[in-house]
Design a protein around this ligand. Structure first.
Ligand code: ARG
Length: 571
């Protein structure tokens, strides 16, 4: 609708200026005043005349009436005055020329306006902590992060996806102690991350009884920090094993990272920033620790160095941000984490500002709510967690059962089960506003009815099925024509893609796209149920409908990619 609104705004402004010369409105003012009527029978967009009333010293209904009589626009089929509003209807010609033909012309680029061209956006997301479980709490950062990256890429941004692995810290001391005491090479090689996690959990259980284990862990970590060869080897091995496993999950989601520079990479980049902080007089000593006082900003102090001089999470984040600014010259750097870390980000963003880095306002934190499964929260330390890979495996298995029952001869059953299974989890998750806490219910996610991933995938496969049957038809031998409201409604929805993309980027909110996908699916299914497509008698009508089906497939396919959902031609 963006282009439509733009054209109407220009034509409307023209008309208003003719009616009265003393109204100083701009096109942007007009654009900002447009509303979507609650019911599409009332019009596609509405222009409220209340604000003009004071300026023109006339009642809104009178103004609406006057405009409706004087107004004409190539893209509008009619404009009616109703209760002080000008209700505007898009013309079928517009829908064909600017939506259907545009989709055909631009294909997978339809919906993009290139507004990100020449800009660099960095995304810090997923970033699991090595040797701790990669659990459903990470679903948010992984899929919201990737989706935001895809959205920016779609708009032409140069994007860098960074997996800021938690590959450094005292947990490695714990793991090394646990491995030396109870682990074996064989068991770790066979068990992978699961084995590392059980060693980690065992460490915590044992340390409850024997407190000296904690000191031993600190000692092992210190050795690691001082490049003790044995510990470095163990550390590298633990990281590799973890990374290989994470990559399997990323592959299921179609995610690739441009960089895996994790926390360890920044160990030698922190001293320079600590120095800068010290030189600019920002560091205060508090009970032996070095902090930056943020009381002026109503925040607790940002911790830079512990009593023993070791660095902290914020120290590393500051060093990493400086490194990334130099390395990538970003226009924005986006961090996706649970809302539990909001204070951490607010604090160190402020410190970056106080340090005089003028790009501090290019740092963006995108928080999200918690996930529970069937009402149960997660607890890493007790091992009471649901791993992301297990969640996906369950979903895939359930889909494969459904397929075996309903469509046992489907080709590529495994691939389809994976796309639909993983997609159902992603879709269910991304359907909600990111900041809301969600309770994951597998049965709902997997349902083929309702606003779900499987429903969207099914609709996509339906478009593919229709197009396959119609593949022999030359649909371009006639001029497209719209004959029903279902066709027009479908094109109106498809015309809103660009708006949805921009809204999702502006709000850092992939759910805008997920919901938009459902809008397309509902409009398409209504069209499918009420209109004959490849079997329509009239050739013009038939050809147009097949092209509408193709256009739907194109936009749906692109939109799936924006929320990390794979598509499948058959279910
Ligand atoms: N590894 C951290 C965690 O799992 C998330 C890292 C987020 N990114 C950052 N730059 N701090 O909690």
């Amino acid at each position: 609708m963006y282009n439509f609104k733009n054209t109407v705004a220009a034509d409307l402004l023209n008309c208003i200026n003719k009616l009265s010369s003393d109204i100083a409105l701009t096109k942007d003012d007009v654009l900002a005043m447009f509303e979507y009527p609650p019911d599409s029978n009332l019009g596609d967009i509405a222009f409220p005349c209340f604000k003009l009333s004071r300026l023109l010293r006339k009642a809104p209904p009178v103004i609406a009436k006057e405009i409706s009589e004087a107004f004409s626009s190539e893209v509008v089929s009619k404009a009616e005055a109703v209760n002080g509003y000008l209700n505007i209807f898009v013309s079928n010609e517009y829908l064909i020329k600017n939506v259907l033909l545009k989709i055909e012309e631009k294909g997978e680029k339809y919906g993009s306006d290139g507004s990100g061209k020449g800009k660099v956006a960095v995304f810090d997301y997923s970033s699991p902590n090595v040797a701790k479980p990669f659990h459903i709490g990470h679903l948010g950062t992984t899929v919201i992060g990737h989706s935001l990256k895809m959205l920016h890429e779609f708009q032409g941004y140069d994007c860098v996806g960074i997996n800021y692995l938690g590959d450094w810290g005292t947990q490695f001391g714990k793991l090394i102690v646990a491995y030396n005491l109870w682990g074996s090479k064989d068991a770790v090689e066979k068990g992978g991350v699961d084995e590392l996690v059980s060693l980690y959990v065992k460490f915590h259980n044992e340390a409850e009884k024997d407190k000296s284990l904690n000191q031993r862990a600190r000692d092992e970590f210190t050795k690691l920090e001082h490049h003790d060869e044995t510990n470095i080897q163990l550390w590298k091995w633990f990281v590799d094993i973890s990374l290989n496993e994470y990559k399997k999950t990323y592959k299921q989601l179609g995610i690739e990272f441009d960089s895996y520079k994790g926390e360890s990479f920044y160990t030698d980049k922190m001293p320079a920033q600590v120095e800068k902080l010290r030189n600019s007089g920002l560091l205060k000593i508090d009970d032996g620790a070095s902090i930056v006082d943020l009381s002026e900003y109503n925040m607790p102090p940002c911790l830079i160095l512990k009593k023993d001089g070791s660095t902290l999470y914020p120290t590393r984040d500051i060093a990493a941000a400086v490194y990334r600014k130099n390395e990538y010259k970003f226009d924005k750097c986006i961090y996706v984490t649970s809302a539990g870390q909001s204070l951490h980000f607010a604090q160190w963003f402020k410190v970056v500002e106080m340090m005089g880095y003028d790009w501090y306002n290019q740092l963006v934190h995108v928080p999200y709510g918690t996930v529970s499964i069937n009402g149960e929260k997660l607890a890493t330390r007790t091992g009471n967690v649901i791993l992301l890979k297990d969640l996906f495996a369950t979903a895939i298995e359930k889909v494969s059962e459904i397929i075996n029952e309903k469509n046992p001869n489907l080709p590529n059953k495994e691939e389809v089960s994976e796309a639909v299974g993983v997609g159902s989890v992603v879709f269910y998750y991304l359907y909600n506003n990111r900041i809301k806490d969600i309770n994951f219910i597998m049965k709902d996610a997997l349902s083929f009815e309702g606003n779900t991933g499987p429903y969207a995938q099914y609709t996509y496969a339906r478009t593919c099925g229709i197009l396959e049957k119609a593949s022999g038809i030359n649909v371009n031998e006639t001029e497209p024509t719209i004959t029903t409201s279902e066709e027009a409604d479908l094109l109106k929805i498809l015309s809103k893609f660009n708006e949805a993309v921009n809204e999702a980027i502006k709000e850092y909110e992939p759910s805008v796209i997920t919901r938009y996908i459902i809008d397309i699916c509902s409009a398409f299914n209504k069209f499918y149920h009420n209109c004959q497509i490849a079997t329509a008698d009239d050739i013009n009508v038939r050809n147009t409908r097949i092209r509408l089906t193709q256009a739907t497939k194109t936009v749906l396919g692109t939109a799936f990619g924006l929320i990390c959902m794979k598509k499948t031609e058959k279910i």
